[in-house]
Design a protein around this ligand. Structure first.
Ligand SMILES: Cc1cc2nc3c(=O)[nH]c(=O)nc-3n(C[C@H](O)[C@H](O)[C@H](O)COP(=O)(O)OP(=O)(O)OC[C@H]3O[C@@H](n4cnc5c(N)ncnc54)[C@H](O)[C@@H]3O)c2cc1C
Length: 446
């Protein structure tokens, strides 16, 4: 009998699952429901597009319903899935163009419904020119509205907010970055790193309003004009909300196990707590290796890996998910920055007994015509020496060293082991004692 697979949502997790399933199960009947009018949009390109680096938005898509059709997949665009019954194995769908509703059945369900920006409920939130930053339509709206705006406030100093702030500054706008934490990029970097990056933003004339919470918005003629915070007020004719994401999982509420924030809990094979119901991407919690706990870390990297694993494991548990370190990178003006696992701040907040090694030195021998400073920090458990996190910052691109440390964390390696891993030396690139070896050697265990 033909296996009927229904996929809800088709951005990164959905597209990865669908393309793999089409290859692995050529006889299956795969149907995709997507409420938006496009698939596979790379949100990571929004700031580059807003800043004019990526001129053609078409390049930010890597799949289309036509491409999926060529793989034998039926895609219903502008179709919203309204309800899912995981026991009866039925879904209810609305065609958003005609308003018609219909039901469908499935043997296997793939929930790749992703996430949506958090919108704080407060006075003035409905004013015009307060916008979100998630999908293609948002990117076009931001570009259009930014043309007429002089003062732009970005709320939320995570990597999305920071990238936008830089793009707006490069467009010549007067920019304010507001965050309730006392530092920017609080989740990703410790203070040694955020001090440097904040300075880089301040030197470009960006106002950083950290350690203050937005309380309301004021407007003129229905349009935003002021952002009020616990510490003051900032004029703005465009406000972009980047304060985080919530999983889009209402459809499965009460039907599968979830974290308190609604992130679907999946096992190592992307199975939810209901048979034949799989989930991947921003709609899910991930296994976070540094703590061994489930965590909500919405990243495209997790989404494509998990989506691919849904396909591999659809009929039987076959390929295990390795979990994640939440590894991420960001470029802020001249600085190349990356981090993996826990910051020292996060580890201490989690009650872990950690130490760190922080090294600042030139990345290659001083006999070379040029060299740059690099700062590397590795966080490890004080008693066992197990590596739990790392951060790097430099004007040269040394971000790949964080991918190396991500592998170390994933494999449960200790600082002792890191001391003697075989890394190459060549004066163009590094010093005889590789920086990562040095970090290992400098670690002091209890
Ligand atoms: C500005 C920005 C920059 C980013 N940069 C990076 C980066 O550099 N690196 C990185 O790793 N990650 C980055 N991310 C995160 C990354 O974009 C997300 O992790 C990724 O999009 C998750 O993919 P997903 O398919 O799980 O979910 P989503 O992208 O949220 O897609 C879910 C899809 O499901 C559809 N859907 C939801 N509910 C329904 C329903 N009921 N019926 C039908 N369709 C439905 C939605 O329309 C959507 O198309 C960035 C995100 C943003 C917003």
């Amino acid at each position: 009998m033909t296996m009927k697979i229904a996929v809800v949502g088709c951005t990164h997790a959905g597209t990865a699952a669908v393309t793999q399933m089409a290859k692995l199960y050529p006889d299956a009947q795969i149907t995709v429901y997507e409420r938006n009018d496009n698939i596979s949009f790379l949100s990571c390109g929004i700031a580059l597009h807003v800043g004019g680096v990526v001129k053609d938005a078409e390049q930010l898509f890597y799949a289309s319903p036509e491409q999926l059709a060529a793989l034998g997949v039926k895609t219903y665009m502008l179709h919203d899935v309204l309800a899912v019954d995981t026991d009866a194995k039925t879904i209810r769908v609305r065609n958003l163009v005609t308003g018609d509703e219909f039901a469908d059945t499935f043997d296997k369900l793939v929930m790749t419904t992703g996430s949506w920006p958090i919108i704080p409920q407060m006075e003035g939130i409905k004013l015009e020119n307060i916008v979100l930053c998630k999908n293609y339509n948002h990117s076009q709206m931001i570009i259009e509205k930014a043309k007429l705006a002089n003062r732009i406030a970005v709320i939320g100093a995570g990597y999305i907010g920071i990238e936008l702030v830089e793009a707006f500054e490069q467009l010549g706008k007067q920019v304010t970055l507001i965050d309730n934490m006392e530092r920017i990029l609080y989740k990703y970097l410790d203070r040694e790193f955020t001090d440097v990056t904040e300075q880089a933003l301040i030197e470009k004339g960006i106002t950083i309003a950290a350690g203050q919470t937005v309380t309301s918005f004021g407007g003129t003629d229905g349009r935003v004009s002021t952002v009020f915070t616990t510490h003051g007020e900032y004029e703005a004719d465009l406000v972009v909300l980047c304060i985080g994401f919530r999983p889009n999982t209402e459809l499965l509420k009460g039907q599968v196990d979830m974290l308190p924030n609604g992130a679907i809990i999946v096992d190592d094979y992307m199975r939810t707590s209901k048979p034949d119901v799989f989930a991947a991407g921003d709609s899910c919690a991930v296994h976070y290796n540094p703590t061994g706990q489930n965590a909500y870390i919405p990243l495209a990297t997790n989404a494509v890996r998990m989506g691919t694993l849904v396909a591999k494991n659809l009929n039987r548990p076959t390929v295990k998910y390795l979990g994640t370190q939440g590894t991420s990178g960001i470029k802020i003006y001249d600085y190349n920055i990356a981090s993996t696992g826990l910051t020292e701040t996060a580890a201490l907040a989690a009650g872990m007994n950690v130490k760190n090694v922080t090294i600042t030195e030139n990345y290659r021998p001083e006999f070379m015509p040029t060299y740059e400073k690099v700062t590397l920090k590795v966080v490890y458990e004080a008693d066992s020496g197990r590596i739990v996190g790392a951060q790097v910052l430099s004007k040269v691109d040394l971000t790949q060293s964080i991918n190396t440390l991500s592998v170390c964390i994933q494999n449960g390696m200790t600082m002792d082991e890191l001391s003697y891993v075989d890394f190459f030396f060549q004066p163009h690139y590094n010093k005889p004692w590789n920086l990562l070896n040095q970090a290992g050697l400098q670690a002091v265990l209890i």
